[in-house]
Design a protein around this ligand. Structure first.
Ligand code: FAD
Ligand code: UDP
Length: 372
C-alpha cells in the first residue's frame, strides 16, 4: 500500500482513533488541536490525586463487546456505575426513573402500583403520539416526575421550552419498574483508572504521528487543504464552510471548579439540580469516580452551567431538532465538494454521540479507509 499524508483536525476520540489506525497502516499523520492539550472533551487532569473531568463527567458505557475490548487496551476500567441523584428544591430522588424514585414520590411499593400512577398521569395526553420532549416524558413517567425532575433541568440545559425539543433526548434515560439506580442499561460500564487522557496519549503514541496543540485549522485552512492527501475534520462542519448555508445551533457550558479541604461534599459523583431556578444543572464530585484513592482532606467539585452558544464559544452539544438536522443534511451534501475531507465526531457529523458511538464511528471510517 502507498502511504498517504493525513491531517487530523482535533485530538478527541474520533481524531485520535483515526490517527492511530492511519499510523498503524504506515501513513504519515499530523494532528492539530486548537486547545493546549490533547483528548478533546474526555480530557482529565490530575489535581491533588483526583482525576478531574475538565469538560463534564464522562462515564464510559457500551453493550458492544468489541468496543469495550478496544477501549480496554488503553486503560484498566473500574466498576463505577453511574447512579446520579436529583435534588429538587432540597428533595432528593434517585435517577434514572425507577422504583426508588416512584416510591419516594408517590409512596408506592410495587411495580403494579407505580404503573397505575404513571398510567393515571399520562392520561392527560389522551393517547396522543408524543411529538416533543414534554409529551414523550409525560407518556413515559407521568406529570409529577416531569414537573419535578425533567422540566426545569431540560429547559435550563437546552435554553428552550421542552415542547420545542425533540423527544429522543429524554429517551436517553431508562425508565424501570425495578429498584435499580444504574443510569445506563448497557452491559459494560466504568471509569478508566488514572483518567481518560492516558487513553488518547497512547492512541497518539506512534512515531508516524506528529501532534501539535494550540493550533487552529482555520488559521491556515487553504494551506492545509493543498498540502495533505486527506483531512479528517472533527470541528464544526458549518464553520468549515464559513457558515455559508447558515449557522447550526449548539449548546455551550461553563464549568466552575472548586477545591475544598473536606473529605466528602455531596456523597455522590453526580447530583442533578432539577429545579428551574438553580443556574447549574449538575454538580460533579470527581473523587467519587475512583474509589478511596484520594486524600481525606481534599475534594474537588465542578458545577455545570448551561449557556447559549455564539461564535467563539465551545460547542458542547449539537441541538438535533428537525430544523437543525435539515440544515446539517445540506452541509453534508456540500461536503461532497471537498472529497479529500472526512467529517467526523460529534461536531463534524452534528450528532449527539456518546463515547462508545464515536469510537464505533471512527473505527468504521478508518476501516473503510484502510481496510480491517
Ligand atoms: P471532541 O472531544 O469535541 O473533539 C474535537 C476536538 O477538535 C476538540 O479537542 C476541539 O478542541 C478540536 N477542534 C475543533 N475545532 C478545531 C479547529 N478549528 N482546529 C483545531 N482543533 C479543533 N459520552 C459518554 O459516553 N459518557 C458520558 O458520560 C459523557 N458525558 C458527557 C458530558 C458532557 C458535558 C459532554 C459535552 C459530552 C459528554 N459525552 C459523554 C460525549 C463525549 O464527550 C463525546 O461523545 C466525545 O468526546 C466526542 O468526541 P469527538 O472526537 O467527536 O469530539
Ligand atoms: N434530564 C432531565 N433531568 C435529569 C437528567 C436528564 O430532565 O435529571 C433530561 C435532560 O433533557 C437532558 C436529557 O435528559 O438533556 C439527557 O440526559 P443525559 O444525562 O443523557 O445528558 P448529558 O449527560 O448528555 O448531558
Amino acid at each position: 500500500m502507498v502511504s498517504k499524508s493525513y491531517l487530523i483536525v482535533g485530538s478527541g476520540l474520533f481524531g485520535s482513533i483515526f490517527a492511530s489506525e492511519a499510523a498503524k497502516k504506515g501513513n504519515q499523520v499530523k494532528v492539530i488541536e486548537k486547545r493546549d492539550h490533547v483528548a478533546g472533551n474526555v480530557y482529565t487532569k490530575e489535581i491533588d490525586g483526583i482525576q478531574v473531568h475538565q469538560y463534564g463527567a464522562h462515564i464510559f458505557h457500551t453493550s458492544n463487546k468489541e468496543i469495550w475490548e478496544y477501549i480496554n487496551q488503553f486503560a484498566e476500567f473500574n466498576r463505577y456505575t453511574n447512579s446520579p441523584v436529583a435534588n429538587y428544591n432540597g428533595e432528593i430522588y434517585n435517577l434514572p426513573f425507577n422504583m426508588n424514585t416512584f416510591s419516594k414520590l408517590w409512596g408506592v411499593t410495587t411495580p403494579a402500583e407505580a404503573q397505575e400512577k404513571i398510567d393515571e398521569q399520562k392520561a392527560v395526553l389522551n393517547g396522543k403520539k408524543p411529538e416533543n420532549l414534554e409529551e414523550q416524558a409525560i407518556s413515559l413517567i407521568g406529570t409529577d416526575i416531569y414537573q419535578k425532575l425533567i422540566k426545569g433541568y431540560t429547559e435550563k440545559q437546552w435554553g428552550q421550552k421542552a415542547t420545542e425539543l425533540p423527544a429522543f433526548i429524554i429517551r436517553r434515560l431508562p425508565v424501570r419498574l425495578t429498584y435499580d439506580n444504574n443510569y445506563f442499561n448497557d452491559t459494560y460500564q466504568g471509569i478508566p483508572i488514572g483518567g481518560y487522557t492516558q487513553i488518547i496519549e497512547k492512541m497518539l503514541d506512534n512515531p508516524l504521528i506528529e501532534v501539535e496543540t494550540g493550533i487552529d485549522f482555520f488559521d491556515k485552512k487553504d494551506e492545509y487543504l493543498a498540502k495533505y492527501d486527506k483531512i479528517i475534520f472533527t470541528g464544526m462542519i458549518d464553520q468549515f464552510f464559513n457558515y455559508e448555508l447558515g449557522e447550526l445551533q449548539y449548546r455551550s457550558l461553563n464549568f466552575e471548579t472548586e477545591e475544598m479541604n473536606i473529605d466528602n461534599y455531596q456523597g455522590n459523583a453526580v447530583v442533578n439540580y432539577t429545579d428551574a431556578e438553580t443556574p447549574y444543572t449538575r454538580v460533579i464530585e470527581h473523587k467519587h469516580f475512583e474509589f478511596g484513592k484520594s486524600d481525606k482532606n481534599k475534594t474537588i467539585v465542578t458545577r455545570e452551567y448551561p449557556a447559549d452558544w455564539k461564535r467563539g464559544d465551545e460547542p458542547y452539544y449539537p441541538v438535533n431538532n428537525s430544523k437543525n438536522n435539515e440544515l446539517y443534511k445540506k452541509y453534508k451534501k456540500l461536503s461532497q465538494t471537498v472529497p479529500n475531507v472526512l467529517f467526523g465526531g460529534r461536531l463534524g457529523q452534528y450528532r449527539y454521540y456518546d463515547m462508545h458511538q464515536v469510537i464505533q464511528s471512527a473505527l468504521n471510517s478508518a476501516h473503510a479507509e484502510f481496510g480491517e
